[in-house]
Design a protein around this ligand. Structure first.
Ligand code: ITT
Length: 196
């Protein structure tokens, strides 16, 4: 089947994720959950990124016959015992990117070590098959925001080997090395193998 006819529906309400997934899975037709379900917002009650990704993928698969893909992702800071982790999008009371970053920078004020990683767990459901793949990118958190692109914690995250934050990079640069890219490369290999 020509690649562009391959439809995948993504279980997310996050437009930034959707755009990144579209850019990385170039050639596939990526549709958002909202085209199939009104108010798609399953409770993320899992204890891990992969449990939450599976919850989102299963919830969407009930409504969709196409392959579905779900992303659960977040930031883990080592000196904060993995915070914000699975609570990355709801770390602060407000739950906005601005307030989440503010809380993170406050929590890191007295810490010497700001090393961190982004984690992404992608779950793909094709028919009866469930494929789960993780991706990581390691780096550090800086104490002032830099850059305007991306979302979430991008303005304070510098990946190892670089001097720019994810928010200072061109989106295509971030997409070459991100946790989402790493997980999606593995998913892509499975899609090819199944000839989806
Ligand atoms: P969906 O559940 O609808 O997909 P969400 O934004 O709530 O959207 P998650 O529960 O997976 O998604 O939480 C992801 C959060 O982790 C996100 O809101 C950011 O705060 C952070 N995050 C994940 N990937 C990121 C990235 O590439 N850059 C910056 N922050 C990221």
């Amino acid at each position: 089947m020509p690649l562009e006819n391959r439809i995948i529906v993504v279980a997310t309400n996050n437009e930034h994720k959707l755009k990144e997934i579209r850019d990385i899975l170039e050639g596939f037709k990526i549709l958002p959950a909202r085209e199939f379900v009104e108010d798609f917002n399953p409770d993320e009650t899992g204890d891990s990124f992969c449990e939450n990704a599976l919850i989102k993928a299963r919830a969407l698969k009930k409504y969709v016959n196409y392959p579905v893909l779900a992303d659960d992702s977040g930031l883990e800071v080592f000196s904060l015992n993995g915070e914000p982790g699975i609570y990355s999008s709801r770390y602060s009371a407000e739950g906005t990117d601005q307030a989440n970053v503010e809380k993170l920078l406050n929590r890191l004020k007295d810490k010497e070590d700001s090393s961190a990683r982004f984690v992404c767990c992608m779950v793909l459901i094709v028919g009866e098959r469930i494929i789960q793949k993780e991706g990581y990118v390691y780096g550090r958190i800086i104490d002032v925001r830099k850059g305007k692109s991306g979302f979430g914690y991008d303005p304070v995250f510098i990946p190892d080997g670089f001097e720019l934050t994810f928010a200072e990079m061109e989106p295509s640069e971030k997409n070459k090395l991100s946790h989402r890219r790493m997980a999606l490369e593995k998913i892509k290999a499975e899609l090819e193998a199944f000839n989806v």
